[in-house]
Design a binder for this molecule. Structure first.
Ligand code: ANZ
Ligand code: ZN
Length: 762
């Protein structure tokens, strides 16, 4: 009787898989491909946490199932390693960010290896590797050369504590996405990427992909596509001239008779002293500056209709401006010749009479793409005073490597530490040879992750010294991209929806337009996992000291136990609290599996009892369906039920045991591999086909019919019928009818596959 020693078992098989290159994704396979992707981690000082394990285990189970279904699976891993925490740690400790990153990466890699994930490690990428960011820089230059990267002075969200400019997406509700601190507005020259040029397609093409409804909705809201019209309000200065007018944007042209003011953006609310003329009735209305009017939205000016718009109402009440109702029910009132019309028809009519053309506007802003920090990709541009413009660093000079600096602190003026390195900054203009100065801003940490899913497909080519512009056109790369992309299934955090997920869709479309990638969208299917919370339901955080370290759990209980626990802990897409008892339960389950195979009398020629055979078939079907639905918890509970049955079975066919192990193998890959071997198999459990589900549709069960709790009839029916179907069949039976005829059915209770109770009243 061997004891279950997870340490020995897990080390043994991890070594075996690596040596056999079991999870290698072959570029030249004739099999159908399947690309499974998880968000690559930021290798922070804290190490991997149990939240990573949840998403990675889930997709590992899917990758393993797909391999067993005959696909050539790509399940890669890498490091999204540029970013602030490393830089802040460097500032604190004086170590170089590159050294810190190297240390963190090797710790993360070890942690992931210990968990037995089926990554193809040969494709590992690291965004801070010069061979990698050379490509990121080249891609940036394509945007620059296409006129989609431009520099502009603009108010940016500035986090005074991180000393960094933030994109709107990173400063939601005026809070810094990194430190949570209050954000202020500063004017600064910034590089921007013109993501707004793709706003329409980013919205529309959501129809092409399989994302959760909530994710699509969030992206659509973020893009904020709006159809409306632009209307000119002449400014009143005794003589009306075309030039002096305020152009407003509205989605509700039919409310124009209710406009009691117009407003443009202001730092504080203020009456300008001027008036505008309402073009529909020549009414003179005041022009205000108002805080709630946003500079970048629509035309940056509004007509205020307090009776029908909440923000306008609030403003009008505060400043004692008139409120005039112009819609009652669905019909216009107080609207001159349009009174009485349906408001939708009136909208068209009013627009026509004003000659106002419909336009579509977007809430989405261009993407602020520069950071005044050290630990990011240098922006590969040179300012030439003589040419009086920014020049791209020539391709042969890429990558523009991050120089070693003494101090990682941003300067107080908000420049990156690179600005202090005169020797690095001063260079030659690549066009005229005159004196040039390098851009000292770096890219935001979303740059490297905007194309990493493509990098995995061509990871071998990243090291090549051939010009990238040649490489990307080559059949070598194009064939790989044609084979592997798009990602078939991408799982990641909900918090990435308007950041990474949107940005990478944008980059992908840009590349598609240059015929560098084969499809319009990078990810066919997207799913999200729920957060793992601390035991009390709070968020895990270092400051609260409630973070669970997976390393310890792997040592104490084993990777398989941790994996099974995390898949069993609750519905995958929902937040769940950590529960120590749960992990003990998972361990106990695996020990029972261990003993069943070690001590059970499995026989080659035994036949399963009919009820065991039936349960096995049902479990095969259920586990497969549940994995596809990411209902991992119910898949595991089905396996627990099957285990109970196996433990009690008097006849244990080897084949039954093997099928059970195979179903469990995506969750507990090491233990099942060991036991599979124990049952006499030579080939890895992870290389054999997935069990086929029998067609169980024909399965019949006996259903008892009760009327008011008394059994009155029994009949045979198909398995798993729902309440409605069983009720219909039961009521059609003569015996049952004699008990219910003329009475009112007040309730029906179904015990699935066993009994239906019809409750009647006189
Ligand atoms: C008049 C009006 C009447 C409006 C009414 C709405 C309701 P939603 O409402 O989200 O679809 N708007 C336009 N530009 C703006 C800016 N720069 N800053 C702040 N608000 C602005 O968005 C469309 C509405 O947002 C527009 O339609 C405009 O107010 C406001 F009963 O015009 B509306
Ligand atoms: Zn020049």
């Amino acid at each position: 009787m061997k004891k279950y020693n997870h340490k020995i078992v897990e080390k043994k098989w991890q070594k075996f898989w690596a040596e056999k290159k079991l999870y290698h994704a072959d570029d030249n396979s004739t099999k159908e491909k399947y690309y499974v992707l998880v968000e690559f981690p930021y290798p922070s000082g804290e190490g991997l946490h149990v939240g990573h394990v949840r998403g990675y285990t889930a997709m590992d189970a899917i990758a393993r199932k797909r391999r067993a279904e005959g696909y050539n699976v790509l399940y890669p891993m890498g490091w999204d390693a540029f970013g602030l925490p490393t830089e802040n740690y460097a500032i604190k400790t004086g170590q170089s960010p590159a050294v810190i990153t190297r240390k963190n990466v090797s710790r993360y890699r070890k942690q992931l290896e210990n968990l037995g994930f089926s990554f193809d490690w040969s494709r590992e990428v690291n965004t801070t590797d010069p061979n990698y960011y050379k490509w990121t820089q080249w891609l940036f230059l394509q945007f620059f050369k296409s006129g989609l990267a431009y520099k502009a002075k603009m108010p940016i969200n500035w986090c005074p504590s991180c000393k960094i400019g933030l994109a709107n997406e990173e400063a939601v509700e005026e809070r810094c996405e990194r430190c949570g601190g209050q954000v202020e507005i500063r004017e600064k020259e910034q590089w921007l990427l013109a993501i707004t040029k793709y706003a329409d397609r980013l919205d529309r093409d959501l129809d092409l992909v399989d994302y959760p409804k909530s994710v699509k909705l969030q992206q659509r809201n973020w893009i904020g596509r709006k159809k409306g019209v632009v209307i000119n309000f002449p400014i009143f200065n005794n003589q009306v001239s075309d030039k002096d007018q305020l152009t407003i944007f509205t989605t509700r042209a039919e409310t124009i008779f209710g406009a009691t003011f117009v407003a443009r953006p202001g730092k504080a609310d203020r009456f300008t002293g001027e008036y505008a003329v309402n073009p529909v009735n020549q009414e003179k209305i005041p022009i205000w500056e108002a805080e709630y009017v946003l500079k970048g939205v629509g035309t940056g000016a509004v007509m205020g209709v307090p009776a029908h718009d909440e923000r306008d109402l609030e403003f009008a009440k505060k400043h004692n401006l008139p409120i005039r109702e112009v819609i009652n029910g669905n019909a216009l009132i107080n609207s001159g010749e349009f009174s009485g019309q349906n408001f939708l028809a009136a909208r068209e009519e009013i627009m026509k009479s004003l000659g106002a053309k419909p336009i579509t506007t977007y809430k989405l802003r261009d993407w602020v793409f520069s950071r005044q920090r050290y630990w990011g990709e240098p922006i590969p541009l040179i300012w030439c005073a003589k040419c009086a413009k920014w020049q791209a660093v020539p391709e042969k000079d890429l990558p523009v490597k991050l120089p070693v600096v003494k101090q990682y602190q941003p300067t107080d003026s908000g420049e990156s530490p690179l600005a202090g390195m005169e020797k690095w900054v001063k260079t030659k203009c690549p066009i005229c040879g005159g004196t040039g100065r390098r851009e000292t801003d770096t890219m935001p940490n979303w740059a490297g992750s905007s194309w990493y899913y493509l990098a995995y497909c061509i990871s071998e080519n990243l090291k090549s010294q051939l010009p990238i512009s040649k490489q990307v056109q080559s059949s070598k790369i194009q064939n790989k991209l044609a084979y592997w992309s798009p990602v078939d299934w991408y799982n990641g955090g909900m918090e990435q929806t308007t950041l990474h997920l949107l940005y990478s869709r944008f980059w992908h479309k840009f590349l598609y337009d240059r015929q560098l990638v084969p499809g319009q969208e990078p990810y066919t299917k997207r799913t999200s996992h729920g957060l793992i919370l601390a035991a009390g339901g709070e968020k895990m955080s270092k400051s609260k000291g409630n973070v669970i370290n997976p390393d310890e759990l792997v040592i104490r209980f084993g990777a398989d136990t941790l994996r099974v626990y995390e898949m069993f802990m609750g519905p995958f897409d929902q937040a769940v609290g950590w529960n120590e008892d749960g992990i003990i339960g998972a361990r106990r389950f695996l020990e029972r599996v261990w003993h069943l195979v070690q001590d059970g009398e499995f026989e080659e020629r035994a036949k399963p009892a009919p009820d065991l055979a039936l349960l096995l078939d049902q479990t095969v079907k259920k586990v497969a369906e549940d994995i596809e639905q990411m209902a991992f918890n119910t898949a595991i509970s089905a396996l627990m039920i099957l285990l109970n049955k196996l433990e009690k079975a008097t006849s244990l066919p080897v084949k039954t045991g093997k099928t059970f192990l195979k179903l469990l193998s995506p969750f507990a890959p090491h233990l099942t591999e060991e036991l599979w071997c124990e049952l006499g198999e030579k080939q890895s459990i992870h290389s054999v086909p997935w069990p086929k589900a029998k067609n169980l549709k024909a399965e019949k069960v006996n259903l008892v019919v009760q009327v008011n709790g008394r059994a009155r009839d029994v009949f045979e029916a198909e398995i798993d019928l729902d309440e409605e179907a069983v009720k219909k069949l039961a009521l059609a039976r003569g015996k049952v009818q004699s008990f219910v005829a003329g009475k009112k059915i007040s309730k029906v209770i179904l015990v699935p596959n066993r009994l239906i109770n019809i409750v009647v009243v006189l």
